[in-house]
Design a protein around this ligand. Sequence first.
Ligand code: CA
Length: 226
Amino acid sequence: MRLLSIEDEPKTAAYLHKGLTEHGHVVDTARDGVEGLHLATSGHYDLILLDMALPGADGWQVLRELRGRQRTPVFVVSGRGELEDRVRGLQLGADDYLVKPFAFAELLARIQAVARRAVQPAAADPVVRVADLEVDAARRVARRGGRRLVLTAKEFALLEYLSRQVGQAVPRTLIAEHCWDMHFDSDTNVIDVAVRRLRAKVDDPFEDKLIHTIRGVGYVLEHRTA
Ligand code: CA
């Protein structure tokens, strides 16, 4: 992907540039809001990483200006993690909001998730198949080995969310936001408990496990061949 990083702090800018480049992305960096807006509106980017405390025009101004002109996904990476800041960022049209300091693995996973949401409209193929597992989002039914799985509404929502992103690490925080409408990183233990219950139904009776843990990030639904 081609990314624009709007970040004034040299160390953070260098860290982002190095890490994202190492993962195959092309990264341009702007050091203030004015330069950021100029690059964002003149270049073509798949995603914009936006710091909030910036010289020139601050992140809020940049976000407002951008949303008046284009739909490029904007990923806020901010030192301010207050709930009101996050809500304001999302209300102004940010696609995601990550609070510094953050684990790079999580940043990567969330960037990928935002990019996928941007390219894939929600109404995709209603039936997802992974090995002998079938998840039918339209009928709200899941089967494994041809037999219907008896899932609670929450368990189905979780499985359905993972199935939309087969083979991709889904961060706990995104699961929390999507399936529980929670925006607090500290409450992700709820996710682990729910995943354990889901595994007891989806994976435990079968030899091939389909729900895997990605350490420090979240979970992935995929068929791994030995
Ligand atoms: Ca800053």
